[in-house]
Design a protein around this ligand. Structure first.
Ligand SMILES: Cc1cc2nc3c(=O)[nH]c(=O)nc-3n(C[C@H](O)[C@H](O)[C@H](O)COP(=O)(O)OP(=O)(O)OC[C@H]3O[C@@H](n4cnc5c(N)ncnc54)[C@H](O)[C@@H]3O)c2cc1C
Length: 495
C-alpha cells in the first residue's frame, strides 16, 4: 500500500516536470501525448474526459470572455452525480485542484481555474429539467448544466418562469450561486431567492442534499457566495412562477449628446426608480453615442403604459418610443436583444471584455458631478465603454430567504463594460481600472456584484460580501477545510 502511494507521488512529480517543460519549451502545435497520472482513476467517469492532446480540447476552453485564458490539465464532462463524486475523489487522491464549470461565463475565467493545470469538472451534460406543477409551491428540478435560454424556453412552454438574467448562454450552475438578476427580479426576487433545495458534491466526494433544514449554513452560503467555493452543485429545485400570457417590451431612446438631458434622465431614475411598479424590469444603457432604456412589463401594453407614466413624465423628451405586446418568451428574446435561434440554441459568443460594477444605494443616486465624470470617461476612453444601470428595488431588495446575497438596499447597480472583437489593449484595461477606483470613492459606492467578478477590485471580500464575509469563511472551514475548491477570489479558509 505504502509502495503504491510512493509510486503515485513519483508519477505525479514526473508529470509535473514533463508538463512544465511542455508548456515552456514545446511549440503549441506539437501536442504532448503524456497524460496526467490521475488519468487512470478518471477512467471510471462515464462522460467524456478530454485531455489537451485531444483535437477538440482547444475549442472547448474558449468560453465567453477571451480576454483571459487558462489551460486546464483535463476537461471532465460529468453525466451524473456519480461522475462528479468520482472526479472529486480522484482530485483529492492526487492532490490536484478541481474546478466546476457550468456556462463558462465567469468574467475572469474562474471556471477554468483562474490559473493553469486544474481538473475542470464540467456539468453541461447534467441538463434535465423536470417540472412539478402539482406541488405547492410549483417547482422545477433543473440540472446545473442548463443555460438560461434552455430554461426560459422549457419553462415558458409549460407556462412558467424563474427570475434570471437574460443572456441565453449564461449557465444556471454559476448564475444561481452568485445571485442572478434579471428583468423579472423586481417581481419575483433574484434567482437564488427562488432556490428551494440543491444537490452538491462536497470535498469528500459525497452527495449532499441541501435545503433550509438540511445543511442550513451551507444553504445560506451557497445562495450568493456559492460559485466555486464550497463544492460542485449538480441540480437545483426552484420555485417556479406563472409566465404571464402577455408581456410588454418597451424601448425608449433619449438624446445622448445633450448633457442636461442625460442628467435629467438619471435624476428621473433616482427619484422615481424606487417607486416604479414591481412588474417592471428596467435597464438604462449609456453608449458613446446613444442612450436607451429597455423595459419589460409582466402584463399587457395598456397596463405597461400606465406603469411607465410617472418615470416618463420626469424623463427628458424621447427620440423614439416603442411599446410591443408579446408572449413572455418573445419579450425575453426582445430584452435580451438576441435572435430566437440563440434563445433556443444558446452558445458562446467569444469576445474580449472587462467589467466594473458599482452599487448605488437607495437615496444616494448619482449627482451631477458623478454623471459628468461617467459621461466624460465614456467620451474619452481609448476603448468603447458601455455603462448599464440595472434598476433594483421591489422583491430584489427583500431578503426573505436568509441568503448570502447582501446587496439588498441598492437603487441600481452600475456596470461598466469594455468589450471588443479585438484584444483590449493594456492601456484600455488600465484606464478602466483607474477610473473604477476613482469613481467608487467619488460616489461612495462600497459594494460590487460578485456575479460580475473582477480580479482587480480592491477589498473584494467586503465589496462582494459585506459583513458576512467572516461567517462565509467559517462555513468554508466546516465544509472544505483543505480548500479543495479554490480560485483567486474564492471564499478562503482564513483571512
Ligand atoms: C454575457 C454575460 C451576461 C451576463 N448577464 C447577467 C445578468 O443579466 N444577470 C446576472 O445576475 N449576471 C449576469 N452575468 C454574470 C453571470 O451570472 C455570472 O458570471 C455567473 O457566475 C455565470 O455562471 P456560469 O455557470 O455561466 O459561469 P461559469 O464560468 O461556469 O462559473 C462561474 C463561477 O461559478 C463556479 N461554478 C460554475 N458552476 C458551478 C457549479 N455547478 N457548482 C459550484 N460552482 C460552480 C465556477 O467555478 C466559477 O467560479 C452575465 C455574464 C456574462 C458573461
Amino acid at each position: 500500500m505504502k509502495l503504491i502511494k510512493q509510486l503515485d507521488i513519483v508519477l505525479l512529480l514526473l508529470w509535473c516536470i514533463l508538463s512544465f517543460n511542455f508548456i515552456e519549451n514545446v511549440n503549441s502545435s506539437l501536442i504532448s501525448p503524456i497524460l496526467p497520472p490521475y488519468h487512470i482513476c478518471l477512467r471510471s467517469i462515464e462522460g467524456p474526459v478530454i485531455y489537451p492532446s485531444d483535437s477538440r480540447f482547444q475549442s472547448l476552453i474558449i468560453d465567453d470572455n477571451i480576454r483571459v485564458n487558462y489551460t486546464p490539465s483535463v476537461l471532465v464532462y460529468a453525466v451524473n452525480n456519480e461522475d462528479v463524486k468520482n472526479a472529486v475523489k480522484c482530485a483529492v487522491k492526487w492532490k490536484t485542484d478541481i474546478v466546476p464549470r457550468s456556462g463558462g461565463h465567469s468574467y475572469e475565467k474562474y471556471s477554468l481555474g483562474g490559473r493553469d493545470n486544474v481538473i475542470v469538472l464540467d456539468v453541461t451534460l447534467i441538463n434535465d429539467i423536470t417540472i412539478n406543477s402539482n406541488s405547492e409551491p410549483k417547482t422545477a428540478k433543473i440540472g446545473a448544466g442548463n443555460r438560461l435560454g434552455n430554461i426560459y424556453v422549457k419553462l415558458s412552454e409549460a407556462g412558467f418562469l424563474i427570475p434570471a438574467g437574460t443572456c441565453p448562454s449564461v449557465g444556471i450552475g454559476g448564475h444561481a450561486l452568485v445571485g442572478g438578476i434579471g428583468y423579472c427580479s423586481r417581481t419575483y426576487g433574484i434567482t437564488c431567492d427562488n432556490v428551494i433545495s440543491m444537490e452538491m458534491v462536497n470535498a469528500k466526494g459525497e452527495l449532499l442534499h441541501i435545503d433550509s433544514t438540511s445543511h442550513p449554513k451551507l444553504f445560506f452560503a451557497l445562495r450568493g457566495a456559492g460559485g466555486g467555493s464550497y463544492g460542485i452543485v449538480t441540480s437545483y429545485v426552484f420555485h417556479i412562477h406563472p409566465a404571464p400570457p402577455q408581456a410588454t417590451y418597451m424601448r425608449f431612446a433619449f438624446n445622448r449628446t445633450n448633457l442636461a438631458q442625460v442628467h435629467q434622465l438619471i435624476f428621473a431614475l433616482n427619484e422615481v426608480g424606487p417607486l416604479i411598479d414591481n412588474k417592471i424590469g428596467l435597464k438604462l444603457r449609456l453608449f458613446k453615442t446613444s442612450l436607451i432604456a429597455t423595459v419589460l412589463y409582466l402584463g399587457p401594453r395598456t397596463e405597461a403604459k400606465n406603469a411607465m407614466k410617472d418615470f416618463l413624465s420626469k424623463a427628458p423628451e424621447r427620440i423614439s418610443s416603442e411599446y410591443n405586446q408579446l408572449t413572455f418568451l418573445e419579450a425575453i428574446i426582445a430584452v435580451a436583444d438576441v435572435s430566437e435561434y440563440d434563445m433556443y440554441h444558446p452558445s458562446h459568443h467569444p469576445i474580449f471584455f472587462k467589467l466594473k460594477s458599482f452599487y448605488v444605494n437607495q437615496g444616494e443616486g448619482l449627482n451631477q458631478a458623478a454623471i459628468n465624470d461617467l459621461v466624460d470617461f465614456s467620451n474619452r476612453a481609448s476603448c468603447e465603454v458601455l455603462t448599464t444601470f440595472d434598476l433594483y428595488g421591489g422583491k430584489i431588495n427583500i431578503d426573505r430567504h436568509n441568503t448570502s446575497f447582501v446587496h439588498r438596499n441598492a437603487l441600481y447597480c452600475i456596470r461598466m463594460q469594455m468589450e471588443s472583437y479585438e484584444a483590449l489593449s493594456p492601456q484600455c484595461i488600465d484606464e478602466m481600472d483607474n477610473f473604477g477606483r476613482r469613481f467608487q470613492y467619488k460616489i461612495n459606492s462600497t459594494s460590487s456584484y460578485q456575479g460580475f467578478i473582477d480580479r482587480s477590485l480592491d477589498n473584494w471580500q467586503s465589496r462582494y460580501y459585506g459583513n458576512i464575509f467572516g461567517k462565509l469563511v467559517e462555513i468554508k472551514n466546516e465544509y472544505d477545510p483543505n480548500n479543495l475548491f479554490n480560485f483567486p477570489q474564492s471564499i478562503p479558509i482564513s483571512y
